[in-house]
Design a protein around this ligand. Structure first.
Ligand SMILES: O=C[C@H](O)[C@H](O)[C@H](O)COP(=O)(O)O
Length: 228
């Protein structure tokens, strides 16, 4: 699993805090990343204690973790709805998020948007006054040249995300590539989100606008729960 910095203790506190919102009978969206992994393990413990919980994974990684944790799984078309989703983030400013450091943001957005409640779990290093982290944009491989040009037209600079232990690009769970796009400070996340979504061949971008209901910020010795 990729590591994003931040202490394990802080991430565990955040994940466990959000998992406390999960109740018997719920369908839970299982986010991706090193922080959401702690929530998945905590939910696995609840299943082991006899609670009837089903998980909807957001990636190959979260699916594997959930299987290891013993959480019964379902796809979105097998459930009536998602009661709560628990997911990580790469940067949080107020309630706005940038996600996709693990290239999972497309499926994450589908599941997170389907949930009645989205709980975001982070360590304090993810908090910012304004969003200025590169925005991951998943594109169809054939769309890369066009998307790159159109991102430049939006005053952005994009870099194809390279794999670390494979020659060539990162290939997402959906068979696409990721452009990491630098826009400086994102003054208007909703507007940039709409502009990115309008680029032909863009599958999904990592701006999550007005989706989060709670931010669980883990510290070494406790958790702050913020409501945007
Ligand atoms: O694609 C990955 C996801 O959006 C993750 O939730 C995000 O990158 C945060 O991951 P972590 O908790 O490992 O920093």
């Amino acid at each position: 699993m990729k590591s994003s910095g931040g202490s394990t203790a802080a991430k565990r506190r955040a994940g466990q805090s959000a998992a406390e919102a999960v109740e018997d009978g719920m369908v839970v969206g299982l986010g991706t990343g090193s922080t959401a992994a702690h929530a998945i393990r905590a939910i696995g413990d609840m299943v082991a204690d006899g609670l009837d919980i089903r998980g909807v994974p957001t990636s190959f990684q979260s699916r594997q973790l959930a299987i290891e944790a013993g959480i019964p799984l379902a796809d979105l078309d097998e459930v009536d709805g998602v009661d709560v989703a628990i997911d990580g983030a790469d940067q949080v400013a107020g309630g706005q998020l940038i996600k996709g450091g693990g290239a999972a943001h497309a499926r994450e957005k589908i599941v997170d948007a389907a949930a009645d409640e989205l709980l975001i779990v982070v360590d304090p290093g993810k908090l910012a006054d304004r969003l200025d982290h590169p925005v991951p944009v998943e594109v169809l491989p054939a769309a890369r040249p066009v998307a790159t040009e159109q991102i430049v037209a939006l005053d952005g600079e994009s870099a194809l995300r390279s794999a670390e232990r494979k020659d060539g690009p990162v290939v997402t769970d959906n068979g696409n590539v990721v452009l990491d796009c630098e826009f400086g400070v994102v003054e208007d996340p909703a507007n940039l989100a709409a502009e990115l979504s309008a680029i032909p061949g863009v599958v999904e971008h990592g701006l999550f606008v007005d989706l989060a209901d709670e931010i669980h910020v883990g510290r070494e010795d406790g958790v702050d729960i913020r409501t945007p």
